[in-house]
Design a protein around this ligand. Sequence first.
Ligand SMILES: NC(=O)c1ccc[n+]([C@@H]2O[C@H](COP(=O)([O-])OP(=O)(O)OC[C@H]3O[C@@H](n4cnc5c(N)ncnc54)[C@H](O)[C@@H]3O)[C@@H](O)[C@H]2O)c1
Length: 256
Amino acid sequence: MDKWDCRNLRLDGKAVFIAGAGGLGSTIARGVSEAGAKVLLADLDLAAAEKVARTIKKKKGPCRACKIDILNPLQITQATQLCRQSFGGMDVAINCTGINIRKPSLNMTGEDWDRVLDVNLKGAFFFAQCAARTFIRQRRRGKIIALASVLSFFGMENRAAYVASKTGLVGLTKALAVEWAPYHINVNAVAPTFISTSINRETLAGEFKERLIDRTPFRRLGKAQDVVGAVIFLASDASNFITGHTIPVDGGWLSA
Ligand SMILES: NC(=O)c1ccc[n+]([C@@H]2O[C@H](COP(=O)([O-])OP(=O)(O)OC[C@H]3O[C@@H](n4cnc5c(N)ncnc54)[C@H](O)[C@@H]3O)[C@@H](O)[C@H]2O)c1
């Protein structure tokens, strides 16, 4: 970019592949659509992705939905192909899938550990690999965005596998950013604080919620909408010289 233009913050004409149509993925999908993007939304839960796609299409935003398992690289590749066929290419890939199994570390099984690390870290790697291969094949710039967490930066009881996966994601983001910069691929992540979605609705009740609010300088929980701006920024041309970083969206939590 030779000259600053506010339109650099828009996503007009860009094709965005979003994996994960849950609380954050659905809000991000609607947000990038409003910023001008064409959206392919994929989830293990096809009905959830289709429901969000319908709300986007009602507002005249180009959007398609499909089913993927983030643990299946072939399905991810097929989704990138669908994105290219539907929208003439793919410019941005955002991974909003994720799971958590909360239990005391003394009781965690190998199966629990593998499930969380597989979806949150291995899934994130192969999602990024499929996206990068697509960008390289297209011979054009691409952006990869992962969903890390404030738990990428500090520990919390009963969440060892989740904390390990999200901390790993920060390192993975750096490693891929360095490796793929020669292809003009930006790899970044956003790290939201606790936001009430299906991944943590149960734990965000009662005393735990009060503790979180008390610990947050802005004295409130985060909302899914709080995360959208950082994602649009990382998806847009405004961030072309930023790679390898994880941006916290935390109401000041990590600074307190
Ligand atoms: N909500 C929060 O407080 C919070 C905070 C920080 C980070 N995050 C991260 O943001 C991301 C999105 O979380 P969310 O709050 O939207 O959670 P969510 O539970 O609402 O959505 C997660 C989505 O991932 C999908 N999914 C799970 N396993 C999958 C698989 N194998 N293949 C394809 N899709 C799969 C689910 O169907 C669901 O739609 C996750 O990575 C999460 O760890 C969430």
